[in-house]
Design a protein around this ligand. Sequence first.
Ligand code: NAD
Length: 329
Amino acid sequence: KRMGIALVGLGGYAGGQLAPALQQTKNCYLAGLVTGTPSKAEAWGKKYNIPQKNIYNYQNFDEIAKNPDIDIVYIVLPVSMHKEFTIRAAQAGKHVICEKPMALNAAECREMIAACKKANRLLSIGYRLHFEPHTLEVMRLGQKKVLGKVTEIDNGNGFTYRGDPNAWRLKKALAGGGGLMDMGIYAIQGARYTLGEEPIAVKATQEKTRPDFFKEVDETIYWELKFPGGAKSTGKSSYNNDWGYLHAKAEHGTFELEPAYGYGGLDGKVNDKPMNILNINQQAAQMDDFATCVRLKKQSRVPGEEGLKDMKVVDAIYRSLDSGKWENV
Ligand code: NAD
């Protein structure tokens, strides 16, 4: 059976990427919608041929429990709403994909993991790059020490924010933070999956060149991570710089990705020679994999625990900005 997915929150990512990807998936399909905006319910329902009985709003969402068409709920809301809707979905008996960053902080992530475990439902985070071939190659090169042990990683992710100054991404209560939560999480992941190790401590500094715009959230953050294997790891995130690269230096060579984190096509080099790897639809691969996990009752390769690991680093980076010191993860 193809698994039915309901998208919760019909904003930019759901409309621009996930719904189109669900037209290409083989193991799952777009079966339901959850939105607070009646006009979107109507337009999307027509466009994607979704029956009225599979369309919910945030108030009647829990009735989804009675709907056998929906196997998986995919949460694509502002970060502050991730915990509530993950827990409500699991309690309604649905498996859950929750977008990154998983939640406002690590404590919320733990609650979400516990709730899904208690409801005996699978939880996965929208880490599409774990299904992306250039990224899988970087994981192989780094983790299998193909060019020897990785000794240095430098990476960064960011874009120049020019959007609505009232958007949720600029409100601390809704977003949790700024460029670090939204973009930096990929660079933290990049270091973790290149090394196949968990960082033990972090030291961070920040810079704000547009303080009037980024009143509540961070603009640009620079950090250094301490890994048990001793690799030197520097990273950065921004809402004011167009970054998206990963450079790794190993004992016997180098490898890199640029772009490293987007979904418009990645590119990479090993020892300065092109990787020549084809790009795929990352979101389709990610959702198809989770549908298979649900069918086989098997934990996703990007479970809630993976989101928690990143949020522990994010929390430590914010603590380091406050203390000015190294903070344990
Ligand atoms: P968006 O602003 O375009 O969409 C958010 C949706 O939530 C909108 O439909 C909005 O109507 C709805 N919403 C409900 N309550 C709201 C409230 N109180 N305030 C604001 N909006 C509210 O955002 P987006 O870019 O689609 O991001 C949604 C989630 O997806 C975020 O967690 C984001 O980090 C994630 N995302 C992931 C990727 C990726 O590549 N994995 C890319 C983009 C976004």
